[in-house]
Design a protein around this ligand. Structure first.
Ligand SMILES: [Zn+2]
Length: 228
């Protein structure tokens, strides 16, 4: 089995999906048997998820976050970038640019994480979403009334892995059945975890249901939902 040191320098590129398939397989084989490297990956994946999101979803940065994990992720990324520099010819074009962006994303998390007041702390109660269509995913959502509409704070576990180009979309459904998109996300892999903050321009009292669908890969599929 490959050693932790060798894996750690590749985790940053792996979190960005920038490793060649055979290198990614080696990393995955190690992650299966190593809790510590999996924990490192989860922190890196959180930052790389931010990178993949549209700018409107930058609120995914948790304002209440403890900055310590961010500092750890930053240190791990520095190590990852040294590793990437050694392997630059084997990485797909754009990986280093993406890494630079990842550093910026972590900076954003850190800045938001240390500001004094959180004007977006959720006020709604936590609701569990029910998985449908044979999925075993878990999700909890809090809907908060805002002057501009409804804030959606979502946590997921065990979301099914997504093919490249696919994503999950969060919907708020009105009592008359029409729906408004709150945003899209891709959970970290492995684990299917995500913690995102989304927004929809629909007053909270008009929201009858919350739903999550898989998009961008074949027909739209309902994965989770609940009455709101
Ligand atoms: Zn390890």
């Amino acid at each position: 089995m490959t050693g932790c040191d060798e894996i750690r320098v590749e985790l940053g590129a792996y979190a960005l999906g920038a490793l060649e398939p055979e290198d990614a397989q080696r990393v995955e084989a190690h992650l299966e048997g190593c809790d510590r490297c999996r924990a490192e990956l989860e922190q890196l994946s959180f930052a790389s998820d931010l990178l993949r999101m549209p700018a409107a979803l930058a609120f995914a940065a948790d304002p209440e976050a403890d900055p310590a994990p961010v500092e750890k992720a930053l240190a791990a990324l520095s190590a990852a970038r040294i590793g990437e520099a050694r392997r630059v010819r084997r990485l797909r074009l754009g990986a280093l640019t993406a890494s630079a962006g990842l550093m910026v994303a972590i900076g954003v998390v850190f800045t938001l994480g240390t500001r004094p007041a959180d004007h977006f702390a959720p006020t709604g109660r936590a609701m569990a979403l029910q998985a449908g269509n044979g999925f075993a995913a878990l999700a909890s959502v809090r809907l908060s009334a805002r002057p501009w509409g409804t804030q959606v704070d979502l946590r997921t576990e065990r979301m099914p892995p997504l093919p490249q180009g696919a994503y999950y979309e969060v919907w708020l459904v009105r009592t008359d059945g029409t729906r408004v998109a709150a945003g899209t996300f891709r959970p970290s892999s492995p684990g299917g975890r995500a913690r995102v903050r989304l927004a929809a321009g629909i007053p909270r009292p008009l929201v009858a249901r919350v739903g999550i669908t898989r998009e961008g890969f074949g027909p739209s599929v309902r994965v989770l939902g609940a009455a709101a």
